[in-house]
Design a protein around this ligand. Sequence first.
Ligand code: HEC
Ligand code: HEC
Ligand code: HEC
Ligand code: HEC
Length: 467
Amino acid sequence: MNNQELTPNKTPRWVGPVIFFLSAGIVVLLSMLAISIMERRWETTRPSLVLQPIATWEPDNAVWGRNYPREYETYLQTRNDATRTKFGGAFPRDYLQEDPRQVILFSGYPFSIQYQQARGHYYSVKDIASTKRINDKTVATCWTCKSTEVPRKMAELGVKGFSDRLFSDFIGEITHPIGCQDCHDPATMNLRITRPALREAFAARGMNIDEATHQQMRSLVCAQCHVEYYFKDIRYLTFPWKNGLRADDMLRYYDEIDFTDYVHAVSKTPIVKAQHPDYETYSSGIHAYRGVACADCHMPYRTEGGVKFTDHHVQSPLLNIANSCAVCHRWSEKEIEQRVEGIQTKVYEARLAAENALVKAHFDMAAAMQAGIPDADLAAPRKTLRHAQFKWDYVAANNGMGFHSAQECMRLLGESVDGAQQTRLQIARLLAAKGIGSEPNYPDYSTREKASAISQAFEAGRPVDLL
Ligand code: HEC
Ligand code: HEC
Ligand code: HEC
Ligand code: HEC
């Protein structure tokens, strides 16, 4: 037995106090961390500054921005108009330059003169004020989707009073673009509907928009503007939704009320121009079916300094795949991008097939008129052509090149090609009965300039000889 074994405790005296102070230190650090986390949590649930009251119809986004700087600063990023993706982005893509067929398809309507890709919300007033599609007869209703000052004007003048005015009445007076007030109640910041046309469209379908869920509101705020519409009695903004949201339902509605946007200069067909049925197209797609909202992809959450907020840089989600898609889809960003472009390219190719058939159908109709076939005989093929063109345009005019509902878009393009070819077949029979067996001489519309010259000749009543 040695001494050492008899020593009960060889630990030096200083160890006890050190352990005590170390543990005390760790406890202090942990509580500081906990406090910091709680503070951050608290910061996210409350704005970073003391809230200033916002006036009921405050149109100035900068004023709202004092209370909500993160949302305002990201909103301001919609100023960037240089972004591009294969089929989208915010740069001013010139649709007519890229696709001269559309000059012919819109012949007799201002869309054959100017038609550009949409930019960010920041530009909405600038762009409407400078488009060649506006003239001194344009009604004030055209402001509805362009400015956050419209709700105030409607409150002042009444919706009808506002609609009865001219666009030019408000030039210089309406200066603020799309803004906070369009989607938010200034007192509570809850999402809200400020455009009566959407409310009325719900009512026309026997639905009450005030019963919409929070998740539905994250799409419905967009549906105030990103929809198909027409002006009832030339000026009252109306969505043609009474029979439903599909192109076929709208066509039935437009036929019932005998509505036409323009008479086609080449074929004299009464045409309905589709606007941008983004919400309607989205509604038939897989994401709507699964309850994913516009805001989930176009206004995803973003984190900055521990604060989670909604990104107000509304843009193509392909420019922000990590936040927009990858939260739900665990594929690589590259894969997601390729998948979207794959879907879009297929829709694009089908769209061109429909355009080729439609353009020829318009020229065939003109040839039939030149052969002296009476209008009464052309009424049926014109109706077929009207429907075929609207189905194509529902797809072409809606944003996203078919991504929002690829299967529905492909169905419509299939029906559009079929309708255009049926029109051509009916006309070929009428021409054959007159002893004309050969195809018309189609003019060269392969560039924008050539297509414009042909379109203008027809508009001026100088038809190009097709027989
Ligand atoms: C599942 C995600 C998703 C949802 C939900 C969604 N979108 Fe999109 N959206 C996209 C993608 C992807 C594109 C294609 C972007 C591109 O081609 O660069 C797109 C394109 C667009 C564009 C054209 C943008 C551009 O730069 O070309 C608009 C406008 C648009 N969507 C509006 C809407 C509206 C309004 C809704 C709701 C009614 C909606 N989207 C719902 C994913 C979505
Ligand atoms: C086109 C519609 C739209 C516009 C315009 C808009 N917002 Fe939003 N905002 C939303 C949506 C959608 C949400 C998400 C709301 C939700 O899910 O509860 C949101 C959320 C918010 C929130 C809640 C906190 C957060 O970040 O999620 C604040 C604050 C806010 N927005 C401020 C603003 C301000 C300031 C402006 C103007 C600069 C503005 N918004 C413009 C649609 C819009
Ligand atoms: C008050 C009407 C209005 C509302 C509400 C609105 N938009 Fe827009 N949006 C427009 C107009 C007008 C443009 C085209 C602006 C231009 O080109 O000057 C546009 C453009 C866009 C673009 C194209 C920008 C780009 O970079 O490609 C996208 C994407 C878009 N909106 C998505 C949405 C989404 C998503 C919502 C709902 C959260 C929404 N918008 C709500 C009117 C509106
Ligand atoms: C909030 C979740 C969510 C977000 C965000 C989201 N998706 Fe989806 N996505 C879904 C769900 C759910 C489905 C249906 C899949 C299923 O049920 O099998 C789906 C389906 C798809 C499909 C298959 C479509 C088909 O017809 O088979 C593609 C492609 C797709 N998403 C792309 C995208 C892209 C691109 C984005 C971003 C712009 C995106 N998604 C954003 C949830 C989401």
